[in-house]
Ligand binder design. Structure first.
Ligand code: ADP
Ligand code: MG
Length: 256
């Protein structure tokens, strides 16, 4: 596969909750090695786009492609759902999501959290998965927490465990939904550092964030959403250095 091949393509995506249309025709492409950040006010549709991309949410119109392979649908409008469960599983396991609230399993150790999906969903051998899981915990700097339970870790450590868990699926891309929003400022940086290192090693990522400094630092493309539409997009230098629209100017001056 060439370096520039798309991993995730979202074309003319429309999504409504009942009568409330929240995504109104959005196009986003993340090619191999791209870090695309989604920014915008609360309620602008950032999380919904991520959840539609990995098929956690249905959408009513538009295409979603994973490595060039379009999602197969049956039905139309609010009756539209993915048609092929094997395809859904393939896409979901290849687009690992990291959530604001970590979502670790409280009754499992950190190591068990990281090993669970590769063993049960992918059916990979335990010994091999454990070796890889320990390496990912080491990579995010919490190898010594393997046998601890989530409640014994700080928020920053829990989020790094969640990142190790996402990496253990060996996904094609990582989807982050406000990964630092639940953290105290002093813990935020340890997570930013891990995400930045992943960006630098060429991982394909879609990152929803309120942290403009991180977005400027790690992204090669920034998408500014407003009420379910892309209001402005471009490289971080333009988005943060010379915003064009009044809405983006206003958003940035309110957040920076
Ligand atoms: P963001 O992540 O940018 O804050 P969201 O994608 O969470 O925005 O939400 C976009 C819009 O969709 C908001 O108006 C929100 O209230 C609405 N919304 C999100 N989830 C649901 C849901 N499960 N049911 C109804 N409306 C929802
Ligand atoms: Mg959100």
């Amino acid at each position: 596969m060439a370096d520039t091949d798309p991993v995730i393509e979202i074309r003319d995506l429309h999504k409504a909750y009942g009568a409330l249309e929240v995504i109104k025709g959005v196009d986003i492409v993340a090619r191999r090695g791209d870090v695309v950040s989604l920014i915008g006010s609360s309620g602008s549709g950032k999380s919904t786009i991520l959840r539609c991309a990995n098929l956690l949410e249905d959408s009513q119109q538009g295409d979603i492609l994973f490595k060039g392979e379009p999602v197969k649908w049956r039905g139309t409008g609010h009756g539209r759902h993915p048609a092929d469960p094997a395809q859904v599983l393939r896409i979901r396991t290849n687009l690992s999501m990291v959530f604001q609230q970590f979502n670790l399993w409280a009754h499992m150790t950190i190591l068990q959290n990281v090993m669970e999906a590769p063993v049960t969903v992918l059916g990979r051998p335990r010994a091999e998965v454990e070796k890889a899981a320990r390496a990912y915990l080491d990579k995010v700097g919490i190898a010594d927490k393997a046998d601890a339970f989530p409640a014994q870790l700080s928020g920053g450590q829990q989020q790094r465990a969640a990142i190790a868990r996402a990496l253990a699926m060996e996904p094609e891309a990582l989807l982050f939904d406000e990964p630092t929003s639940a953290l105290d400022p002093e813990l935020e940086q340890e997570v930013v550092k891990v995400i930045k290192a992943l960006a630098e090693e060429g991982r394909t990522m879609l990152v929803v964030t309120h942290d403009m400094r991180m977005a400027a630092d790690i992204s090669n493309h920034v998408v500014f959403l407003h009420e379910g539409r892309i209001e402005e997009q471009g490289p971080p230098d333009s988005i943060f250095g010379s915003p064009q629209t009044e809405r983006l100017k206003g958003f940035l001056s309110a957040t920076l």
